[in-house]
Design a protein around this ligand. Sequence first.
Ligand SMILES: [Zn+2]
Ligand SMILES: [Zn+2]
Ligand SMILES: [Zn+2]
Length: 338
Amino acid sequence: MSEIRRDPVSNRWIVIAPELFEEMILSAKDRFEPNTNLCPFCPGNEAATPQEILAFGPADRLPNSPGWSVRVFPSRTPALRPEGAEDRQGKGIFDFMNALGAHEVVVNGPDHHGHLATLSREQITLILKACRDRINDLFGDRRLHYVMIFIDHGKSAGQKLGHSCSQIVAVPKVPPSIEEELRGAKQYYDLKERCVFCDILMQEVKMGIGFVCENDHFVAFCPFASRFPYEVWLLPKEHQMAFGTQSDAQLQALSGILQAVAIKLDAVLGEPDYHMVLHTAPNLAAKPGYWQTVPEDYHWHIEFIPRVFESATYEWGAGYYVNSVAPERAALALRTPH
Ligand SMILES: [Zn+2]
Ligand SMILES: [Zn+2]
Ligand SMILES: [Zn+2]
């Protein structure tokens, strides 16, 4: 059984999930199987996945049958499970708790080969709607403090099957990288009484150095201190702390800029693998009185991390990144029409 343990030095929470190892060995041979008959995400193979939680399709479609355009179900081998209480315990100096949470898979469409750069805008909007609806549903559970949403695209990014999916992971603790952002945003707000992300956005649009593209609701840019070559962030122009409050119209605009960025990365970098990660506010209902300033100082966004030129980026062992492509150069290449 999985368990979440706290490292007493860094205070990081680590999910120990021994059963995943066995599953990884078993499924390794099926990965990137070119024969779509064997792909559990393809239409017709619904019985190979757990029962669906949510699906978009015609009204007369039966659950767990073909005809869907987006389908969500729990991961077959979740490291975290929604049953039970947190059940925090201590053993000597070590703290641990039940691996409480949720791990869900959103199949990004019935087409085995479709991905952000090639799917229709309507399809991408449906994926975003499914993610929004799931995040709002999961945040109804006060035991869940944070929901991570990400797409791993391509083999080197960790995509297990050749079929595009988004992953939703709900956890009982706010992840350290989000805590870092929340703290940094609060410090900036305490000093200047302005949202740091709104200020970055204004500067990127005005000065245009990292600017990549924009539409009515969103801006894409290469951040000033990019950790990775061709790292791109997408921010809503309007100050909003959470992805879950997006209207259908905003999601439609988001699908447009997501696709534009994916196409630009493909054109400039030759269809790279990438990680796409959503950073949104924590579940404020989970810890009343905590993170009180988040509505004013945090601003949700999406980070694209292409996996290119393995030798062009490295980490000096402790989160100290060396990036050999200046973001202003990456931005210039990306905003040049192709
Ligand atoms: Zn497939
Ligand atoms: Zn803002
Ligand atoms: Zn972020």
